[in-house]
Design a binder for this molecule. Structure first.
Ligand code: ZN
Length: 195
């Protein structure tokens, strides 16, 4: 397993699909109980090399790597500390998802079966400044019961057993938000039962 290569690959996909712009977003993989590989700060996710990836412990101390870890590492370690079954976290600013987050609109999962079957609930965590302990705290109510959440006026975060699954949640969330907006623009969406 080359986890650093996986992180670089996911970074490229996120950048190409406009889930992040410029140096935005961050990706991590837990490689054992107290060791996490995470993207560096101030680096475009579309152009990372394996040697850019940092190893930290769950307190954010750097174990390996020459760059500084993402300023959002607390968002990642908060999830790992609360969920033993989660080994990857993805944070992004997808265009449509971020528009939902800016308006504080929760994503209505009753438009398409894939939404509630794969995504589950993605509530909006209350606003806190990026890179702060308060932002990490804002997601705590959702970590145990959701696969991710929106971050008010900011973007979204998703978590899963591996990094591809966490990435797919983010990709699917953006697809679903985009489709919802289009459906509302061309008519009145028909609602389907979510159970
Ligand atoms: Zn962000």
């Amino acid at each position: 397993m080359n986890y650093a290569a996986d992180i670089c690959e996911i970074g490229r996909r996120m950048y190409q699909r406009e889930l992040v712009a410029s140096n935005d977003g961050n990706i991590s993989i837990r490689i054992d109980k107290n060791k996490v590989l995470i993207t560096p700060t101030l680096t475009s996710k579309g152009f990372m090399k394996e040697e850019d990836i940092i190893m930290i412990d769950l307190d954010g101390n750097v174990i390996k790597g020459s760059k500084k870890p993402s300023s959002e590492y607390l968002l990642h370690t908060t999830v790992y500390k609360m969920r033993d079954d989660v080994n990857a976290v993805v944070h992004a600013h997808p265009v449509t998802v971020s528009a939902f987050a800016i308006t504080g609109r929760a994503v209505d999962m009753s438009y398409m079966p894939e939404a509630f079957m794969s995504l589950g609930l993605f509530p909006v965590a209350k606003y806190a400044r990026p890179g702060t302990e308060a932002l990490a705290k804002s997601i705590e109510p959702f970590v145990k019961i959701c696969n991710g959440c929106l971050l008010a006026n900011h973007g979204a975060v998703s978590w899963a057993k591996d990094v591809y699954s966490a990435y797919y949640l983010m990709e699917q969330l953006e697809f679903y938000c985009k489709t919802s907006i289009l459906a509302e623009r061309i008519g009145t969406p028909n609602i389907i039962p979510v159970i």
